[in-house]
Design a protein around this ligand. Structure first.
Ligand SMILES: Cc1cc2nc3c(=O)[nH]c(=O)nc-3n(C[C@H](O)[C@H](O)[C@H](O)COP(=O)(O)OP(=O)(O)OC[C@H]3O[C@@H](n4cnc5c(N)ncnc54)[C@H](O)[C@@H]3O)c2cc1C
Length: 409
């Protein structure tokens, strides 16, 4: 059985190992000079392989149940066993994130490539698949500037559109479309959010802890806690990246999307108002802005007071009215900003959208349209949260595609 895998990323590499272990002759076509370039950049160079807390709630797409079936067949435990067997000692970090004990993404790539070489997988780098034709005798893949490759089965593992400098540039969608597959419109996810606000310049580089929520039509759709980073374009930081999927999806539906920050999520609005009253009455002689020093990051004080409609930031605390104090408390507990967009593909960690799962069999990853064609990884309309879930999707879907493609019927 000759299997051609298009794309030498996480999904393509694991698929090649499984298929070759099953006796297939495997060729991996990779357009870049080396396989696994994106893998090297994962987890800030440490590769967050997977997460011990696996669950459907960490995955997104038009049909999450598809991910449930696939991950159920090759889950985080079998993934850890797979990598331990290759020599990666896995350690658990905060939030259940699994990393190699070496702390090096390159070690994950090294053991995958070693295994591929041991199994005789042929790596054809600088080989970009331009078209795929199929007929009774199998598949013919036209490779840019090189000989045509023939194969009995093809696995499309070209990734999505996120971070094109690391390989994936959306070319896989054209190949899938030409074979009759429907593409759910892709949009960037795990990406920074853009705001159109006058205070961004003065807050650029400032960080604050709190709760961030996405609000559309007055409803909170998702909220996350953690460190929020302000930049000249908008917001970044772990909670913002997690929220970006919901924001991007709503924006693509033409909705007005707000981000709402609560800088004191551990207190109710009433408790927070009481705290402010106490602070301002205890030292009534302090200038208003100065009375917030020690309560919040100094860089935010003037901005928040102005946003709350206070014009005299230096009045003695004792002169502040009840309604002004309420307005300040409200701003710090419900700071609403309008999201103007997400950053571009070059900033995104992952692609939301992709090949429609209704045309793929989740038990085998085989196309329901073209027999012998399989899909794996980010090219499919499934994406995950930060925390190892996107690589888990690549491992699970790649494993199943490699296994099913190599089974002789
Ligand atoms: C900076 C960054 C950090 C990340 N960190 C993590 C993390 O720690 N944990 C986590 O779970 N996820 C992380 N992710 C997401 C994760 O890396 C991806 O979801 C995953 O690598 C997708 O694997 P893939 O094999 O489907 O696609 P890719 O890794 O994108 O591989 C696809 C490959 O196909 C090749 N290709 C494309 N088109 C063609 C063609 N026509 N012909 C030949 N070759 C082609 C590309 O060059 C590429 O090498 C991160 C992503 C980024 C960008």
């Amino acid at each position: 059985m000759r299997i051609a895998i298009i794309g030498g990323g996480a999904a393509g590499m694991i698929a090649s190992i499984v298929a070759a272990r099953n006796g297939a002759q495997v060729t991996v076509l990779e357009q870049l000079p080396r396989v696994g370039k994106k893998l090297l950049a994962t987890g800030n160079g440490r590769c967050n392989i997977t997460n011990i807390n696996m669950g459907i709630e960490y995955f997104h797409g038009s049909n999450r149940d598809f991910a449930k079936t696939v991950i159920g067949r090759f889950n985080q435990k079998t993934t850890i066993e797979f990598f331990e067997d290759l020599g990666i000692h896995c350690v658990v970090e905060s939030g259940g994130k699994i990393f190699p004990a070496s702390g090096q993404a390159s070690s994950v790539l090294d053991v995958l490539r070693f295994e591929m070489q041991q199994l005789g997988v042929v790596e054809l780098c600088e080989s970009r698949a331009e078209t795929i034709a199929y007929g009774k005798k199998g598949f013919k893949i036209r490779v840019k500037g090189k000989d045509t490759i023939t194969a009995d089965k093809v696995i499309l593992a070209t990734g999505g559109k996120a971070n094109p400098s690391l390989g994936a540039n959306g070319s896989g969608y054209d190949l899938a479309k030409a074979l009759g597959h429907k593409i759910i419109e892709p949009f960037p996810s795990l990406v920074k959010l853009k705001l159109d606000a006058p205070f961004l310049k003065s807050l650029s580089g400032a960080k604050i802890n709190g709760e961030a929520a996405i609000e559309v039509d007055g409803k909170i759709l998702r909220q996350e806690n953690g460190e929020i980073l302000f930049a000249n374009y908008g917001l970044s930081g772990p909670p913002i990246l997690q929220l970006s999927r919901t924001a991007g999806e709503q924006l693509s539906m033409g909705k007005k999307v707000n981000i709402v920050l609560d800088l004191f999520p551990e207190m109710s609005l009433q408790e927070f108002e009481e705290l402010l009253e106490k602070r301002t009455s205890l030292r009534g002689d302090k200038p208003l802005a100065f009375s917030f020093v020690g309560l919040i990051n100094k860089r935010f004080i003037n901005v928040l007071l102005k946003e709350a409609g206070i014009t005299d930031l230096h009045m003695p605390c004792r002169d502040i009215t009840k309604s002004e104090l309420k307005a300040i408390a409200n701003k710090m507990k419900r700071w609403i900003m309008v999201i103007s967009g997400t950053q571009s593909w070059s900033e995104a960690q992952v692609t939301a959208g992709g090949v429609d799962v209704s045309q793929i069999n989740p038990d085998t990853m085989e196309s329901k349209i073209v027999p012998g064609l399989y899909f794996a990884g980010e090219i499919i309309d499934i994406d995950g949260d930060c925390g190892g879930f996107n690589l888990q999707w690549a491992w699970s879907s790649g494993y199943i595609a490699g296994l099913s493609a190599s089974i002789k019927k």
